[in-house]
Design a protein around this ligand. Structure first.
Ligand SMILES: *Cc1c(COP(=O)(O)O)cnc(C)c1O
Length: 347
């Protein structure tokens, strides 16, 4: 098991020594009636004050829902901000590396490229599981972050939890588990593991199951040491007031969100069966997410045909291990009916 002291040694020295910007709102802790400390306009617009830099109201509701202390939660401008912050905290540009397991989410690589951080790639197996031996033998002391995506985008499958546990125990760096699609999955979240392991970061997002891609709000659950580093490096007001308010409202109505998740899961089942009945469909990869990766005889032709019918799907046929595949997001039932209707008429 990774000790906290090891974990802190992996932090870039400039970040370890960084004295963070201290905003007016983060310095003042008491109660006041008159706020003359932040050069805000005093006349009410509903938005004239800076938002809470640490978003405690939102975190407290998430803490309740996920059964984890709020001290273990970080909120970012989308999970994409969390990915970028982790790379900037742990990886020295031009020297150190992250590891990803293709085919997977593209932002890990893009964020690393922007920071001039190398990307080591270890292919998933043909059934889209991590190759644990290859991962541990390819990783060296410069490989700071390992990104695991479960359920994985674009394949939709869960990663085997025994293999994830093995990597947490043996990878000598930070293990990031991206759970953007966890609410559609039959597998348990790794959120509670962050209270045990100081080197685990679990990412979730309001962009998928919560139906709030527009507000840009991502969650990271991790050890209080990594939370402190994330808070030090983030822009002071990284989650704006409108997003915080929208999240609070959604968290109060989470029962409604759970209903839409159930509908999407049922639709996933229905569409999988209907797609597999089409003669030009070779297979649907069994999905634990809100999309299906479908292998077809002629993906480009099907893609173009659907586009002519004003239906857009994602062509993944040029992606590693995804030959012949389109990724289709689960829509509303009537949208899925239209998709199936058009596909039945394709020949
Ligand atoms: C959609 C997605 C995200 C979400 O990113 P946000 O910045 O929170 O919208 C993160 N990871 C994966 C694998 C995704 O597919």
């Amino acid at each position: 098991m990774i000790r906290t002291s090891d974990m802190l040694n992996w932090v870039r020295p400039n970040i370890r020594n960084l004295k963070p910007y201290s905003s007016a709102r983060s310095e003042f802790k008491g109660q006041a009636d008159i706020f003359l400390d932040a050069n805000e306009n005093p006349f009410e617009t509903g938005m004239n004050r800076y938002p809470d830099p640490l978003q405690w109201a939102v975190k407290n509701k998430i803490a309740n829902l996920k059964n984890i202390p709020a001290e273990h939660i970080f909120l970012g401008n989308g999970s994409d901000e969390v990915i970028d912050l982790l790379i900037r905290i742990f990886c020295e540009p031009g020297q150190e590396a992250i590891m990803v397991l293709p085919p997977t989410y593209g932002m890990y690589q893009v964020s690393a490229d922007i920071s001039n951080v190398a990307v080591k790639k270890v292919s998933l197996s043909s059934d889209f599981q991590p190759d644990v031996d290859a991962i541990l033998s390819e990783a060296d002391e410069k490989t700071k972050l390992l990104f695991l995506c479960s359920p994985n985008n674009p394949t939709g499958n869960n990663m085997d939890s025994g293999q994830i546990q093995y990597l947490i125990d043996h990878f000598e760096g930070i293990v990031v588990i991206d759970e953007a699609y966890i609410d559609f999955s039959n597998q348990a979240s790794w959120v509670s593991a962050v209270q045990t392991y100081s080197n685990v970061v679990v990412m979730q997002t309001f962009s998928k199951a919560w139906g709030l891609a527009g507000i840009r709000l991502g969650m990271a659950f991790t050890s209080t040491d990594i939370i402190a580093l994330l808070n030090k490096v983030k822009p002071p007001y990284n989650v704006n007031q409108l997003s915080q308010e929208a999240a609070l409202k959604a968290l109060d109505n989470h029962k409604e969100v759970e209903r839409t998740i159930q509908t999407i899961i049922q639709e996933r089942q229905r569409i999988t069966i209907a797609l597999e009945a089409l003669d030009f469909v070779q297979e649907c990869i069994p999905s634990q997410a809100n999309f299906i990766l479908v292998r077809l005889e002629d993906p480009r032709r099907v893609y173009t045909y659907l586009l002519e019918e004003k239906i857009i799907v994602r062509d993944r046929s040029q992606v590693h291990l995804c030959a012949g595949a389109l990724r289709i997001t689960i829509g509303r039932p009537e949208e899925n009916d239209q998709l199936l209707d058009r596909l039945r008429r394709f020949s």
